[in-house]
Every structure is written in C-alpha cells, then in structure tokens.
Design a protein around this ligand. Sequence first.
Ligand code: ADE
Length: 322
Amino acid sequence: DDWAERGAAVHVQREADANGKVQVKTIKKGVKDFTFGRVLGEGSFSTVVAATDRQTLREYAIKILDKRHIIKEKKVKYVNIEKNTLNRLGDHPGIVRLYYTFQDERSLYFVLDLAPNGELFSVLKKLGSMNAECTQYYCAQLLDAVDYMHNHGVIHRDLKPENILLDENMRIKVTDFGTAKLLELRPAVNVSSDGSSHNVPVEDERVNSFVGTAEYVSPELLTDKAAGKSSDIWAFGCILYQLLCGKPPFKASNEYQIFQKIIKLEYSFPAGFPAVARDLVSKLLVTEPRRRLTIEQIKSHPFFGDLVFGPELWSRKAPRLA
Ligand code: ADE
C-alpha cells in the first residue's frame, strides 16, 4: 500500500509564521493539486490526461492507471518497472520525465512531461513520409536518448513511432517504459581523474520474455527469446527506414508473417530511398546482434553528415516538416 510513498516527489513550501520565523513544509502533491483536462491517450491499462498544477499553473500529462484492473491482469510488475525506470532516467531532454506519483483508492497517478505535439507516429501518418533532413533531425535525437538510456542501464524494448512524443518545440520525448529492462548497475572500475566514480550498467545481460511490437521486434528475440541493448538498435533501424518511406521494413497482414520476414531478413528498399540511408539501415538491420553498428558508429555514419551529437541537439530549431 506504500506503493506511491517510496521515492515520491514532494513539494517544498517556505512561509513565515506570525512571528516571522520561516517554516519549511513539505507537502505531497495529490489529485486535488491538479485540474484535469483533455484526454491525450488511452491504453489498455491507463489513460493519459492533460492537467495543470493549480499552484504553479504548469501543465503536465498525468497517466492514470486503474489499480483493480492492473492487479486482476497481473500487470503490477510492469507498473513498477515503468516507475523505477523513469526515476532512473530523470534528466534527459529526450525522455519523458516523471515528476510525482500518488494514488487514491481507485487509481495510480504518474505526473509526466506534457508533449503537446503528440506522437511522431501521427505526424508521420499525416505527412506520409519524411525527407532526409527531418529524418536526420528526429533520428539524431532518438539516438541521443537511447544512448543515455543504455548508459543508465535501461533497454527500452518497445521503441516505435507511437512511443516517441513531440514537445512544444517539436523535440522528441521517448515514453512508455512499461516493458523496459533495468540492468543491474555496478560501480565503475576506473575512477575519473577528479576522483569521482560512477555506476555503469552491467554489460551483456540477456533478457527472457517476449515483449515489444511485431514490426520492430529483433530477430534474436524471436529465435533466442533474448534481447539486449542491440535490440533497441534494431528498432532504431526500423524507425529510420519508416520515417523515410512511410512504412516499417517488415510488414505483413499478421504477426506470424511479420516474424517470418524478420527472421529471414526479408525487406527491400523502395526506389528513391537515399543511398546513404540505405547504407546505414543495412548495417542496423543485421540478424546477428553483435554485428550491428554501435551507437558511436551510428553517430559517425555519413547519414548524419557533420551533425554534432551533444547538448546543441536539443536547442536546434526543428526543420519544417516535409
Ligand atoms: N500521450 C501519452 N503520453 C503523453 C504525454 N506525456 N504528453 C502528451 N501526450 C501523451
């Protein structure tokens, strides 16, 4: 029952009492502190609603989960994964941030960054496909966010355009960590020159259990029931392909046929697919996970030209959608 208590964010209020003495109160945020607005999205276990903090007038997206339904459908584990993962990934511009969690009798509440421009999926659907400039812009941010996740011991396992949201400046925010894998962190062996050390994720952890969405599932998940960081790289390759030509590389009328195509690496490039992107995708959609490009190699691939991967990625003006 203390589910929302551990690690719950609190609001700190300082006010002077009648004698001028400053009192510091910590107040937990709760349902009463927000004005709930329009529905942003609905999933099988949750509804995301826009909400405004009554005190600060700041807007958030609040994910509301039905406790009874979650318990009945045995999804408690996934709700905890999502909360723990978001708490670990608290500080990256390309990842939805979790500000508060609380609950009432009926529901659990996750107070998240609001991404007012919705899903990259919807933008792509409206546009049909994207030009190379837009694809480069969104994929560079996605890669930077995935790099951060992996460095913090998180494998997303369900990357797809539906889980990439867009903020008010058309910069991406990756969401939906309910099926993520948290790797155990071990202390770094080498201590930095400034004397500090940090935790690094344990490498090569393999994961057992099927997750994800058919079109973006990696072959190793289908053949070995194992997914690692390179499974996210596979999904990244599928997304890059999809942005450029409007549909994912492995598509069929049912999941079984999609899986067959993935295992056989049965996909092709439509006419007009840029050669440099073709070269990159063909080095990402590689059956053997260890032979896929690493994030560092992707960053220096000619597809990204002289683009600088760093904080400026998150201050650049978004290209006009085309
Ligand atoms: N839909 C799901 N999550 C969302 C969020 N954080 N912002 C906007 N729309 C969403």
